[in-house]
Ligand binder design. Structure first.
Ligand code: ADP
Ligand code: MG
Length: 730
């Protein structure tokens, strides 16, 4: 092990950068070249078929078998002209990572002739042998297998891995009886729900609006570490995070060593993955604002939410693959290193109309601002009303280490809106029951004429808020780095759709009491502000004061994944899912089961890795070192030397044995706790036991003693690569 550590350090130190060549200086020359987008479709389809296909895609209509055949054939011609030999349906099962099952384009006819073939049927539907994907018992109950079905709204693309090129077709993944087994299906349904509800509300303001789409721009954080060092840490390999490791003496300030320029190895990796991403039509814009050492971030320009979700999943995949080429490993885990910033994925979300208007963009025109305020206040109200569901949407074993770790948004869901908008809402709220007379300036009277036109560069952006309004969009920051954005986006779309539906009803009821529609709208908004203002918080979300204050306000603070996931199957949530056709009761239950199982597995793996590393790597080394000290002490005694240093050596021996016994005891008891947990009847009980009786009871305790040993044992003998080694890229 020690040799593995030192040879890894040496390998990492001697690494040379890998040269990369951009296809062209102009991104526009190669943007989307690996995507079967509109242009490729136009080139490879007859004018008539192109028209039919684009119309169906744009309106989300059912595609006829004839059109599907034409599209499939065009796709195959296009893909083969670019060297593709295989195709696959590409889907996002609840395990998180995208799944693929590759099929060759060729087929053998009954006469033995080999022909190149890809039919509309294979495009539209496939039956992957997917029995190993998690289904929460759904497939067992309903039907043995599931199938994948084409999502024409997300274009097919080519996955290029060295010499192998595969046509990937984004699909949903559902059971035979139609239950969703993936992330995309409920997301698409939530997008339909928000479209319907938001379009209905837009009718109050602008009759030209016939469709509303959600937009998403996910900022992706990640750590980048050398592959050799990654392989020298079994915990990183198996659990994605370090279960041990003493923070370097200077902790996060390690960045002083580092700040300034990005090592050329990293820069080349970035150029390389950006290039691949751009070819896939992902509008990536990398930023290099690393916070912790070896931590980086990239963000695309926002897109329609379904596409943005696919692109984020694809981007993570591309980053991992390109990292291989550069001898790096990308870590998306929410908390790979104790004492350093965790990894998040800010989900920037908004709504845009078919006329191109951003519904969360304040305007300089008072009239449009009433529309802005409507969507703004309704979103806040939705978050207030459904905070537990939103919290459940981002719950994972990894994110539990990050949320509330005093450097990431806490598990308390609150909304930050900034000084100006706080003032606007306050005024709106206090300006109760205005009387609008003939000849009055309606908007001035209503107190909604004062929205500063350029909120975009509001300076008081609160970096600590889990859900912040940032000028023309909300930014959901509590999402974990490894998460599939579909989960938080589905819930956000759903709860806002629900709220907008209620709003429309409330306005209609109010209109029977007042004669002006604007007054009715403002009256309803005013009520909403009163009802939901406890969710608004402008202060430091990392502070202890906020935890106390939130409790006073009655805001939930759910730190635990097993507990927070219960919100997915509350009567209220099921009702919401069913009413908006997002999921059936059975689907919600199944999802809950899958997420609990995944939680259990993650904690179980971490616990095993911890036990294994402690017993087989750390303790033997600590004992060997302790023996060295004992020999040394004996030698000194024989020579009759008794100085301060002999006392220090003796003390070190005592300390080491204390830590060793604490670790042995901890590992033993933790193993027993695991056994007990495994014997529990339900997944929910098991998850809770893994959390409380395994993780909470032992992880920090064992780690404390191992990390102390790291400081006591001779550096030359320590088996695990240390933080300072892992986090330094040359
Ligand atoms: P930061 O939060 O670090 O300041 P940026 O201002 O660069 O980040 O933007 C963050 C993300 O927000 C980008 O991906 C951007 O495209 C996205 N964004 C901007 N406007 C919208 C919008 N209307 N809807 C969704 N995302 C948006
Ligand atoms: Mg951000």
């Amino acid at each position: 092990m020690t040799t593995l550590r030192f040879s890894a350090v040496q390998i990492a130190q001697n690494r040379q950068k890998i040269e990369v060549i951009r296809p062209s200086d102009k991104v526009s020359d190669y943007f989307g070249v690996n995507v079967f987008g509109k242009e490729a479709m136009r080139t490879h389809l007859s004018a008539d078929m192109f028209k039919k296909a684009s119309e169906a895609i744009e309106n989300g209509a059912i595609i006829s078998p004839e059109v599907a055949d034409a599209v499939a054939s065009a796709m195959r011609t296009w893909a083969m002209s670019k060297g593709a030999t295989h195709y696959t349906h590409w889907f996002q099962p609840l395990t998180g990572a995208p799944a693929e099952k590759h099929d060759a384009f060729f087929d053998i006819e009954s006469n033995g002739e080999v022909i190149e073939k890809f039919s509309g049927k294979s495009l539209v539907r496939q039956e992957p042998d997917a029995s190993s994907f998690p289904s929460g018992g759904l497939r067992a109950t309903f039907e043995a297998r599931g199938y994948t079905a084409w999502d024409p709204s997300s274009p097919a693309f080519l996955m290029v891995i060295e010499d192998s090129i595969t046509l990937c077709i984004p699909t949903v993944f559902v059971s035979y009886t139609g239950e969703s087994l993936d992330y995309k299906t409920p997301l698409l349904k939530s997008l339909a729900a928000i479209d319907k509800a938001a379009t209905a509300v837009c009718e109050l303001f602008d009759r030209d609006v016939t469709r509303v789409s959600a937009t998403l721009g996910p900022e992706q954080e990640y750590f980048l570490i050398d592959k050799a060092l990654y392989l020298a840490r079994p915990d990183l390999v198996m659990a994605g995070r370090t279960v041990f490791g003493h923070a370097p003496a200077k902790g996060q300030q390690l960045e002083d060593h580092y700040f300034g320029s990005i090592p050329s190895r990293v820069r080349n990796f970035m150029i390389d993955f950006e290039t691949e991403a751009v070819k896939l039509g992902i509008p990536i814009r990398t930023r290099h604002n690393e916070v912790a050492p070896s931590q980086f971030e990239c963000a695309p320009t926002f897109e329609e939410a379904n596409l943005a979700v696919d692109h984020n999943s694809l981007l993570m995949d591309v980053m991992e693959k390109v990292a291989e080429r550069h001898n790096f490993k990308v870590l998306f885990h929410e908390k790979p290193f104790a004492g350093l910033n965790g990894t998040g994925k800010h989900n920037n979300w908004s709504l845009v109309t078919n006329t191109g208007k951003n519904l969360l963009g304040p305007s300089s025109k008072a009239k449009e601002n009433l529309q802005f305020l409507t969507f703004f206040v309704n979103t806040i109200k939705a978050v207030h009303q459904h905070a537990p569901l939103l919290r459940a949407a981002i719950a994972s074993a990894g994110n539990d280490y990050r949320l509330g770790a005093n450097e990431a948004p806490p598990a308390i869901i609150s909304v930050f809106i900034g000084q100006e908008l706080s003032a606007v809402l306050k005024e709106l709220e206090e300006n109760a029951n205005v009387k609008v007379e003939k000849g009055d300036n309606l908007y001035m009277k209503l107190g909604i004429d004062k929205i500063p036109p350029i909120l975009l560069d509001n300076t008081d952006r609160n970096r600590t808020s889990p859900f912040a309004f940032t000028g023309n969009k909300f930014e959901f920051r509590a999402v974990g780095g490894s998460a599939n954005c579909a989960s938080p986006m589905t819930v956000l779309n759903l709860i806002v759709a629900e709220q907008l539906t209620l709003f429309k009803q409330d306005v209609e009821a109010e209109m029977t009491k007042v004669d002006k529609r604007e007054v009715a709208i403002v009256n309803v908004l005013r009520r909403y502000i009163k009802e939901s203002k406890s969710i608004i918080f402008e202060g430091d979300n990392y502070s202890d004061e906020w935890v106390a204050e939130a409790e006073k306000r009655g805001l939930p603070n759910i730190k635990s994944t097993p507990i927070s996931l219960k919100a997915l199957i509350s009567t209220e949530a099921i009702d919401l899912f069913e009413r908006h056709h997002i999921m059936t009761h059975a689907e919600a239950e199944a999802r809950y089961e899958v997420l609990l199982e995944s939680y259990i597995k993650k904690v179980q793996i971490e616990s095993r890795v911890m036990g294994d590393l402690a017993s087989n790597h750390i303790i033997p080394v600590a004992i060997a070192y302790q023996n060295k000290l004992i020999e040394n002490l004996k030698g000194l005694k024989e020579l009759g030397i008794e100085t301060d240093s002999t006392a220090t050596v003796k003390e070190a021996i005592i300390q080491i044995s204390k830590h060793i016994s604490a670790i042995q005891k901890g590992v033993h008891e933790m193993t027993e706790a695991r056994k007990a947990a495994n014997n529990l009847g339900s997944t929910a009980e098991m998850a809770l036991a893994y959390e409380q009786k395994v993780k909470d009871a032992f992880f920090e305790e064992i780690r404390y003693h191992v990390d102390k040993l790291e400081l006591l044992v001779d550096d030359q003998d320590w088996p695990l690569a240390k933080y300072r080694e892992i986090l330094m890229i040359r």
